[in-house]
Design a binder for this molecule. Structure first.
Ligand SMILES: [Ca+2]
Ligand SMILES: [Ca+2]
Ligand SMILES: [Ca+2]
Ligand SMILES: [Ca+2]
Length: 252
């Protein structure tokens, strides 16, 4: 019976794989081989050598020294030296089986949904380190406690703004200006509005023009002659003149 070339190839492949199938030994199961751990100063029998809750093989940039303190990140429980342990920054709510809690390097994250970069002290780049923004180091963003958000650069360093407000009101401003110079607080000052008289003033005492272009009466001048009192006399004189002319005209 002729040997199947497919089976022959498979047999060769299995033989080859078997010859090179020696898996590296990872005694503590942290993802790093024993010989690698020894080479980098880690404990091959301790999955969390620096006791920050993060297994050695899952440490960010595990064999780099991010904060320059002489310890690689797998040996440094606070790899960026911002005050927050790596496990807290990465959202670990529970320690590893090999984490030594007695070291005090593990702090459970009370809000694993929010995380920060364990190898960057100021995750949001706003100017304030993560450990200062999460002031009580519990992994929860608590603005009601005065904390700022380590994942929001806009609130870094602007807790109370001492700059000039842009509101145009007068008086003292008691609002708290957070984040920017656009004031959203209430203005308690009250400016006084100078009254503007837009109406036309009616001038008292000015009457209609007299028969001769002048006022018939100067009412405000006490004792002045009232021209109207002369009208009857003028009428009598005018009638006398007319009668006189009429009389003359009728004379022979
Ligand atoms: Ca290991
Ligand atoms: Ca660790
Ligand atoms: Ca840190
Ligand atoms: Ca920040």
């Amino acid at each position: 019976m002729t040997k199947s070339p497919v089976l022959a190839s498979l047999a060769l492949a299995l033989a080859a794989a078997g010859a090179h199938a020696e898996l590296p030994v990872d005694t503590d199961g942290d993802g790093l081989a024993d010989d690698v751990e020894v080479a980098w100063g880690l404990d091959p029998n301790d999955a969390d050598t620096d006791d920050d809750g993060v297994p050695d093989g899952l440490e960010y940039l595990w064999n780099e020294d991010s904060d320059g303190d002489g310890l690689i990140n797998a040996l440094d429980y606070d790899s960026d030296d911002d005050g927050l342990p790596d496990g807290l920054e990465l959202g670990y709510a529970k320690p590893d089986k090999d984490t030594d809690l007695g070291k005090g390097h593990f702090i459970a994250d009370l809000d694993p949904a929010t995380r920060t970069n364990p190898v960057k002290a100021d995750t949001d780049g706003g100017g304030v380190p993560d450990g200062a923004e999460d002031a009580n180091h519990n992994g929860v963003y608590e603005p009601w406690l005065g904390e700022t958000d380590p994942n929001n650069p806009d609130d870094d360093g602007h807790g109370t703004d001492a700059g000039p407000d842009t509101d145009t009101g007068t008086g003292s401003d008691t609002g708290v200006d957070t984040g920017s110079d656009t004031d959203t607080g209430s203005d308690t000052g009250s400016g006084t509005d100078a009254p503007v008289d837009a109406g036309a003033d009616a001038e008292a005492g000015q009457g209609a023009a007299g028969l001769f272009g002048g006022p018939l009466c100067s009412c405000s001048a006490a004792g002045a002659t009232d021209a109207r009192s002369l009208l009857p006399l003028l009428a009598v004189l005018a009638a006398a003149v007319v009668e006189d002319r009429t009389g003359r005209a009728s004379e022979p």
